[in-house]
Design a protein around this ligand. Structure first.
Ligand SMILES: [Zn+2]
Length: 144
């Protein structure tokens, strides 16, 4: 479905995202957690949206979630994504219900995809030289 070796590579040296990319390479989903109010947040940012603290740690969370919403892309718009249709989902993490992450939803026919379906994240190597690891979401084994 995807030409993973042609997907454009974002700035992997962006200091706000380095721990995330290190995590995916180790097949872990890491997000920020405020050291003061304990709120998890995504995408990464310097200050906490809740208490404005700059004290932050990165924590690993289980890559499981539910589909909050999605779109089916029917027209190729970017290098590496020439095979259509494909699905882009907005996934609410089971472990951290205030965090939603965007990712490709795979292994499910677009005609049967539905909001609320249980998803599991899988780590896939991508980029022209395999320089990054992405998270793709597919239906959870146990359904739900
Ligand atoms: Zn906070």
């Amino acid at each position: 479905m995807f030409e993973l070796d042609q997907i454009q590579v974002p700035d992997l040296t962006d200091p706000n995202f380095i721990p995330f990319w290190e995590g995916t390479r180790e097949h872990q989903l890491r997000i920020q957690k405020c050291c003061d109010c304990q709120m998890h947040r995504w995408p990464p940012r310097i200050t906490c949206r809740s208490c404005h603290s700059t004290e932050v740690e990165w924590v690993s969370v289980e890559p499981k979630g539910t589909l909050f919403t999605y779109t089916i892309v029917g027209r190729p718009t970017a290098k590496g994504f020439s095979s259509v249709p494909y699905t882009v989902g907005f996934v609410t993490l089971d472990a951290v219900s205030n965090v939603r992450i965007i990712g490709n939803v795979v292994d499910v026919d677009p005609s049967v995809i539905r909001i609320g379906m249980a998803l599991e994240g899988h780590f896939v190597t991508a980029g022209p030289n395999g320089e990054m690891t992405l998270i793709h979401w597919s239906p959870a084994e146990n359904g739900a």
